[in-house]
Write a protein that binds this ligand. Structure first.
Ligand SMILES: Nc1ncnc2c1ncn2[C@@H]1O[C@H](COP(=O)(O)OP(=O)(O)OP(=O)(O)O)[C@@H](O)[C@H]1O
Ligand SMILES: [Mg+2]
Length: 270
């Protein structure tokens, strides 16, 4: 073989090798770019789902506010007027004992309905939360839920830091659901609400000494309630976590974790 032809072969090989290296670099670069695009697209999808969820909860709060106003201003006012008119009738009816007894009974039914309307509208819109913050609202919730069968206790550190309002509302709604569950399903004698924040993270736990439940069985039941599922959806908006430390035959411990910087930019207020 002449020097010329071996030079041409060497040159050809070098050119082919260089081309192969370029092709490999190009393919690797292209694949990396595609992977980056896919990641960005996935992040967008997750963000979009979160925005939708946040919008759903904002809508829910708005609807609750409207309902509470309608109940308070419409039904509440009508009941007050009805009671006044009943009192007037009673005065006109004179001293008939039987009639007096009937009036008394009707009045206490109206009173009971008024109390119920007030209770329902208070539950729909947590005015204490808006006016005095999360701790005051949780104290009120614990007080109201305490009765002769069940004691609800709230514990929190001395130096509780204020959370963003959207997080306050979310934590309040979650506690409301968990305490309601413990009262309705657990037949608990003691319920403890624990709130604390460490290292930029909020932790909320609701513990009860009731009958407990099988989490997997409950979650598999498609006809079941919405409360626990709603907690998961609410938390997904702020990247939060819920842990169910529950089992049949023993009390339930449900723990919530949210990082403050994840909750900061979320708008959940109506
Ligand atoms: N603290 C608890 N103790 C015992 N069982 C519970 C407790 N919390 C929930 N459960 C069980 O889990 C089920 C699902 O609870 P979830 O809050 O999702 O729905 P619900 O309370 O039945 O209805 P909803 O919350 O939609 O009004 C309950 O029906 C109950 O059987
Ligand atoms: Mg429930």
């Amino acid at each position: 073989m002449s020097i010329d032809s071996s030079f041409v072969i060497a040159l050809g090989t070098a050119v082919l090798l260089t081309m192969a290296v370029f092709i490999i670099i190009f393919v690797a670069y292209y694949q990396q770019k595609q992977a980056k695009q896919q990641l960005a697209f996935k992040e967008l999808q997750v963000q979009h789902r979160r925005d939708l969820m946040a919008a759903t909860f904002r809508g829910q709060e708005e609807e609750r506010k409207r309902l509470a106003e309608d109940m308070h201003d419409g039904i509440g006012t009508m009941l007050s007027v009805t009671k006044m008119s009943l009192n007037q009738l009673e005065r006109q009816a004179g001293n008939d004992v039987m009639l007096g007894f009937q009036f008394q009974k009707t009045r206490s039914m109206i009173d009971e309905t008024m109390t119920n309307v007030r209770r329902i509208s208070r539950n729909l819109v947590p005015t204490t939360l808006e006016r005095f913050g999360l701790l005051a609202a949780l104290e009120e919730l614990a007080d109201r839920a305490t009765d002769k069968d069940t004691e609800v206790q709230l514990t929190y550190p001395e130096s509780a830091i204020p959370f963003p309002p959207a997080l306050d509302l979310m934590l309040y709604r979650i506690t409301q659901e968990l305490v309601n569950n413990a009262i309705r399903h657990a037949r608990a004698r003691h319920i403890i609400i624990q709130l604390f924040s460490i290292d930029n993270e909020v932790r909320l736990s609701v513990l009860d000494d009731g009958v407990g439940f099988d989490f997997d069985v409950i979650m598999e039941n498609k006809q079941g309630g919405l409360g626990l599922r709603n907690i998961e959806s609410r938390l997904s908006v702020v990247n939060g976590h819920v842990t169910f430390d529950v089992a049949p035959g023993r009390g339930s411990q449900i723990h919530i974790q949210v990082r403050l910087y994840d909750a900061q930019p979320v708008d959940l207020m109506s």
